[in-house]
Write a protein that binds this ligand. Sequence first.
Ligand code: CP3
Length: 345
Amino acid sequence: MSNSIFTDTLKGIKRERPPVWFMRQAGRVLPSYLELRKQHSFRELMLSPELAAEVTLLPVTDLGVDAAILFSDILIIPEALGMDLKFTDKGPIFDAPLQDAGNQFSSLKADSSKLEHIYKALDIIKKQKPADVALIGFCGAPFTVFCYMVEGNSTNHNFSNAIRLFYNNPKLSAQILETITELSIEYATTQADHGIDLFQLFETHAGLIPSEMYIERILPYVKRITNSVRTKNIPVTFFPKGLGTGLAHINHDIADFAGIDWQYSLTEARALCDTKVGVQGNLDPRILSIDNQDILKAELEKYKAFGKQNYNWIFNTGHGLSPDNKLENVKFVVDWVKNTNWDRD
Ligand code: CP3
């Protein structure tokens, strides 16, 4: 047993409570983040190793979470491949999405120097973070990154242009996925070399295609990325949002933990995934926007039976926090997880 509930849980050691953190815990609800955003653009915060380190650690002080996730974005991989990216009020926008021409794809070339600031940020975070707080690195999983590169933005939630190319041109799709995977492997393993405790692969848009097709055409790329990190002895969480019953394929060859989205039952997900795979999740983040904390508390109480029996479980939301979540509700969840008697024998 160590002084970190988070790293002990990663190792399968039974602790008195589940560790807690939230996807998108930094850049959403914190007044301290919103204050920094008045002075700096999102890009400035991401590109400066000092500022990115500062933002990464804000939720540790302001919320009391057990882990900090690197402050960056999944779309820096397409940017490092040479695609022009803007973060706007309407979300991320690529100037020249790959949707209509393979020739745009052939001009892409990886420039690893564009990722250097991330490694510098990790070094600073490692020095500044409390010893018992885990540091999580991440990148986007290949299909989600493909969706953004082809569609060019997220205003069309169906990503219909990306899906059309995926069906229409499997060969070009595979080439794009291969390019994403190769750079993601370099990026992920270098994050591992810079001292992260856990790596998370975000597949936010797994649910846009049939799960059997996801397993057949995408999971092999996922496996290459996750296992490249695991060869460095760093555990990996894979978050395939919307994969549904496809979770049955998330075995220990793929990941150490599976992130479960809010649509799926945590108990059923537990039954579907390989017993050697831990689970993370899965409170619906939208409940963090309500006024009545008694309702929130009742929702949390439902996790008690699960948490009593399951030690390889990390408490989290079933998707990222959103800007309309209430700070006091997010704090309430952290305190509740920490102060509950989980009655683990
Ligand atoms: O706590 C954190 O915020 C951690 C850092 C983080 C960001 N993006 C910062 C960010 C992480 C882990 C991500 C992941 C990410 N980015 C995902 C996967 C997780 C998920 O929520 O589904 C996806 C799909 C993206 C792509 C992306 N980046 C979108 C769709 C947007 C715009 C809408 C939005 O979510 O805010 C971004 C911009 C972005 N990434 C912001 C932040 C803090 C907002 C920038 C701002 O302040 O204007």
